[in-house]
Structure formats: C-alpha cells, structure tokens
Design a protein around this ligand. Structure first.
Ligand SMILES: NC(=O)c1ccc[n+]([C@@H]2O[C@H](COP(=O)([O-])OP(=O)(O)OC[C@H]3O[C@@H](n4cnc5c(N)ncnc54)[C@H](OP(=O)(O)O)[C@@H]3O)[C@@H](O)[C@H]2O)c1
Length: 241
C-alpha cells in the first residue's frame, strides 16, 4: 500500500513518547485524520496544535469499555494502541492496585480497542493494527514481572485473534521496543544511573534507542501486505542476549 491518503487512524497514547512518533509517521504517510486518545485533555489539546487539520482528540481511559462504545462507528483503517503504564518494583513488593492498572491499560485497553474497531476493518476489507509489546516480554528483567506479563499476554492474544479473523487484509502485528527514553522511562533511568548503565552495556548496540528510530517500524507494519501475527523487535539486539 503506497500511502494512507483517504485512510483514518486511531492511536491511543498518541500524545506520549512512542505514540507521538506513530502519529507523526501516519501523518507523514498521508493519513486524512489521526484520532489521538489519552486521559489528559490539556495534553491532547497541546498535541493537536501540532497538526490541527488532521489530528483529532478524544479523552478517555482506554480501560473504560463505555468510552470505546462511543467510538465503535468510526471507520478506522489503522489502529495503534500505544497507551501503556509500567510500574517497576520487585514482584513480592508489588500491589494488586498496580497489577490492575497495568493489566487494565496494557491488556484490557488494547483488547477493547481491537474488539471495537476490528469488525469495521473486516467489513471494509482493510486494516492494519500494531500492538505495542516490549523486550520485557522476552527476557527476564528484575522489577518488571507484571509489566512483562502484560506484554507477553498481548503477543499470545494477538496470535489467537489472527487465527480467528485472518483472510480480510486486516494485518495485526506486534512491535516490541527495547529501551527508549520517554516519560515512561527517563525519570527511572535518571534515578537509577547504575542500572541504566548496566542496561546500556548489555544492549549489543551499546545505546538506548531514539523514539524516532521506531518510525521505520511503524511504516513497515502499515505498508506490509503479508506480515501477520508477527513480533518486530526493535531493541538494538537487547532481546537476544
Ligand atoms: N519507552 C520504552 O522504552 C518502551 C519500551 C517498550 C514498550 N513501550 C511501550 O510503548 C507504549 C508507549 O509508551 P511510552 O514510552 O511512549 O510512554 P509515555 O510517553 O508515558 O506515553 C504513554 C501514553 O499512554 C497514555 N495512557 C496511559 N494510560 C492510559 C489510559 N489508561 N488511558 C488512556 N491513555 C493512557 C498516556 O496519556 P495520558 O497521560 O493522557 O493518560 C501517555 O501519553 C507503552 O505501551 C509502553 O509499554 C515503551
């Protein structure tokens, strides 16, 4: 598919670090409209000003089923549920409140997005969905047990959804980033310089990723006509060591 002219997209967490790269990439590919979903209305309004003609906004919690009901008639061609939260804490010290927040946003939020918008894609015979997994789903990292579980669950769930709804040019894939400085990670990296250095030196490329380096991956997962149910690892090699 050469471009997204005439297509509409929805990106949850689209005003965030990685989500905003996804939004800019889709706009760069010519998307008519990108609907950006997040909880913070002021943040959404500020982000909309970067391209007011083609960015629309909708404030809601992605784990809120009623919020998705309001969006179910939108003809969305490209869906990127990028909203996510990460609590870093030893599993034995972690709280069910934090488990529920991560499960609700990372898993249930992605499931609701797909359950809401996938039927329209199947009816129209076109769709691209990119779920945001993580290197954490593939390697054992201290302090990430529940976060990693949400991302691993995402990948397992996608495989089954693909097995159920294949055959309509609706391609559903996961992107598994490594370490990229965003609001989710920078404060924690700065507060834990020794751990940050340990991660950096463990990554074969010996550096964290620049969020803009994910643009090519988003573009590929939109342009592909045959990648289905796959996991694209963009992590400087971290996941293989
Ligand atoms: N950064 C990394 O190194 C990295 C690595 C692997 C995977 N990831 C994944 O990439 C995705 C994006 O993360 P990021 O690094 O871009 O983090 P970020 O900059 O903190 O952005 C996350 C966005 O998600 C939105 N969000 C969070 N909870 C929400 C909820 N319940 N409902 C609606 N929106 C919600 C936030 O918007 P509001 O503030 O408006 O709620 C925020 O804009 C996440 O799924 C994360 O797990 C990140």
């Amino acid at each position: 598919m050469p471009n997204l002219v005439g297509r509409r997209a929805l990106v949850t967490g689209g005003a965030g670090g990685l989500g905003s790269v996804a939004v800019r990439t889709l706009l760069g590919m010519g998307a008519d409209d990108v609907l950006v979903v997040g909880r913070d209305q002021a943040k959404l309004e500020a982000f909309q000003k970067t391209d007011p003609g083609r960015i629309s906004i909708h404030a809601m919690d992605v784990a809120d089923e009623a919020g998705w009901h309001q969006l179910r008639d939108r003809p969305i061609d490209v869906l990127i549920p990028a909203a996510g939260v990460a609590h870093r804490e030893p599993f034995l010290d972690s709280t069910q409140e934090h488990w529920n927040e991560m499960l609700g946003t990372n898993i249930v939020g992605s499931m609701l997005a797909v359950q809401t918008l996938l039927p329209g894609m199947v009816d129209r015979g076109f769709g691209r969905i990119i779920l945001i997994s993580s290197v954490a789903a593939h390697i054992g990292l201290p302090g990430r047990a529940v976060y990693a579980a949400t991302k691993a669950a995402l990948e397992a769930w996608v495989r089954c959804v693909v097995a159920e709804v294949g055959g309509h040019d609706v391609l559903i894939n996961c992107l598994a980033p490594g370490m990229f400085p965003t609001k989710m990670t920078t404060g924690w990296l700065a507060a834990n310089p020794d751990v940050a250095e340990g991660i950096r030196s463990a990554i074969p490329e010996k550096r964290f990723g620049d969020p803009e380096e994910l643009a090519a991956a988003f573009r590929f997962l939109v342009e592909t006509t045959y990648a289905q149910g796959s996991v694209l690892h963009i992590d400087g090699g971290w996941g293989i060591v």
